[in-house]
Every structure is written in structure tokens, then in C-alpha cells.
Design a binder for this molecule. Structure first.
Ligand code: SAM
Length: 264
């Protein structure tokens, strides 16, 4: 077992974590043997997984740039993951040095690594919290963010780890109801919509691998993803594959929907 200084004592390194598997797909080094083994199994079934993760990150980068250009200078990044190239605060503060960012993740490695990176950044911090605990997250976020001004809520590749039984629609609505008109919601979400029967069988195997991790995988349809945006104004081009959302370079098709909407 690896014993590294950056590993919080509460972490079970023998059980795959979706945060650390994703770090592996992105070429990061904050993952352990159990994470790599599960991630490699996924790669065998679905060789495009690393490319999809990159396309998901590119979407996030384009969205943050767009929102900063629209005057948004505060972000709440729910399920933010282990820091990697092009973190939200780096993109936002590049264009607006006073932009504020609160990262939230339930995975201790993600949060301790984020806070180490942000030690000298007074405008960004990371909370160890479950995004389903909306009031805990909101009270933590309030210490840095001004809830009387618009906030960009980012839930990128995280809602497919929240099953319907945990009522993700109500949770998302609770966040949005805490923020004023002019706030934005950006979501990416894995889907099976465009998969062939054969690919669906493969996706079911992938879901099975995730079931051994700290989070189950719940795929959702276009209509189910649309429901997260109830009462919001979707920006063009609506809910599309992340690689098709205002692309600035060519990226292969991904089975991940992405969309951004404004609170009227
Ligand atoms: C696939 S990663 C995505 C990371 C980052 N948002 C991105 O897109 O690059 C999913 C992240 O969501 C986090 N996550 C899953 N369920 C969560 C929950 N209930 N509360 C907070 N974070 C959660 C995981 O720990 C992981 O870091």
C-alpha cells in the first residue's frame, strides 16, 4: 500500500474512488492501485474514456470563460474533483483576478489537494462536503461568496453519481433558489441515449465496475437531464454532447451531455 504525505488518514485506498479514477483518466498522479485497476477495466471496455474526460474538461473551460465574459465572478463548483490543469479558479481568475471560487467534493484527497493548491489564494477554497447536503454546502460557501449577486453553479460530471433515490432534482433546485436572477447552472451528465444495443451492454459493464467504487453510476436521458434545468433559460445550443457545446476545436463525440442555463 502506498503511504504518501498527501493522503488524508480517512481515505480507504483499497476501494476505488470515482474522483481518483477520473484523475487517472486525466493523467494525474493522485490515485492508488485500486483506482488504477478499476480505471483500466473501464478503459478496456470503453477505450474512449480518457478522451471523454478531456472533452468534459474542455467544456468546463469554455463555460467558465463564457460566464466570466457575461460578468459572473463567483463560482460554486460541486463535485469539483482532484485539481488538474485548467481548474475553475485558474480560468476565471485569469480573466478576472478577483473572481471567487468555492470547490466542493466529498472525496478527501480531492479536497486536501485543492486546499494545498489554494493556500495562497484568498479568493478560492475547497469544502469537504456531500453536494446532497445542500444547507451545509450553502452555509460553507456563504463565507466566500456573496449570495446577493449572481453565482455560476457548476455540476460537472457529478450528478450521474447521485441516484434518483437521493432526489438530485430537488437538490439542484435548492442551490438555484439560494441564488439571485442572473445566476447560471452548468451541468455535464453521462448518457446512454446514443448508444447501440452492443454499446449499452458495454456501458452496463462499466456501471458494474463503478458499483465497486464509492459512487454508483446513474445514466440519464436527454429528457431527464433537461429536468435539472426546470425554470431556467437554456443557452444555445441547448443540451448537446459536450464536444458540440460551442466547440473551439474538434473533439470526438462523447456520451456526455453538457448544457448551461441562466436563472431568469
Ligand atoms: C468524474 S469526477 C468530475 C470532477 C470535475 N467536476 C470535472 O468534471 O473535471 C466526479 C466528482 O464528483 C465527486 N462526487 C461524487 N458524488 C459526490 C457528492 N455526493 N458530493 C460531492 N462530490 C461528489 C467525486 O468525488 C468526484 O470528484
Amino acid at each position: 500500500m502506498e503511504e504518501l504525505k498527501w493522503v488524508p488518514s480517512t481515505v480507504d485506498v483499497t476501494r476505488p474512488s470515482v474522483a481518483r479514477m477520473y484523475d487517472y483518466y486525466l493523467g494525474g498522479s493522485h490515485n492508488f492501485e485500486a483506482d488504477r485497476a478499476a480505471a483500466k477495466q473501464v478503459e478496456q471496455i470503453f477505450p474512449g474514456v480518457a478522451q471523454s474526460a478531456q472533452a468534459n474538461r474542455s467544456f468546463l473551460r469554455r463555460v467558465v470563460r463564457h460566464l466570466v465574459s457575461e460578468g459572473v465572478d463567483q463560482f460554486l463548483d460541486l463535485g469539483s474533483g482532484i485539481p488538474t490543469v485548467g481548474n475553475v479558479h485558474e480560468i476565471a481568475q485569469h480573466d478576472n483576478p478577483s473572481a471567487r471560487v468555492v470547490y466542493v467534493d466529498v472525496e478527501p484527497v480531492a479536497v486536501s489537494h485543492s486546499n494545498a493548491l489554494l493556500a495562497d489564494n484568498p479568493h478560492a477554497n475547497a469544502l469537504l462536503a456531500d453536494l446532497r447536503a445542500t444547507s451545509t454546502v450553502l452555509s460553507g460557501a456563504r463565507e466566500l461568496l456573496d449570495f446577493s449577486r449572481p453565482i455560476g453553479v457548476l455540476i460537472i460530471a457529478a450528478l450521474h453519481f447521485v441516484p434518483d433515490a437521493d432526489d438530485p432534482y430537488t437538490k439542484v433546485a435548492e442551490y438555484l433558489s439560494a441564488f439571485p436572477s442572473g445566476s447560471y447552472l452548468a451541468i455535464t451528465h453521462a448518457t446512454w441515449d446514443q448508444l447501440t444495443e452492443e454499446e449499452r451492454a458495454e456501458a452496463a459493464q462499466v456501471a458494474q465496475i463503478y458499483s465497486s467504487s464509492d459512487n454508483q453510476l446513474t445514466m440519464r436521458t436527454h429528457a431527464q437531464v433537461n429536468k435539472f434545468f426546470d425554470g431556467m433559460e437554456l443557452l444555445e445550443p441547448g443540451i448537446v454532447a459536450v464536444n458540440d457545446w460551442r466547440p473551439d476545436s474538434f473533439e470526438d463525440y462523447t456520451s456526455i451531455y453538457g448544457a448551461v442555463a441562466r436563472k431568469p
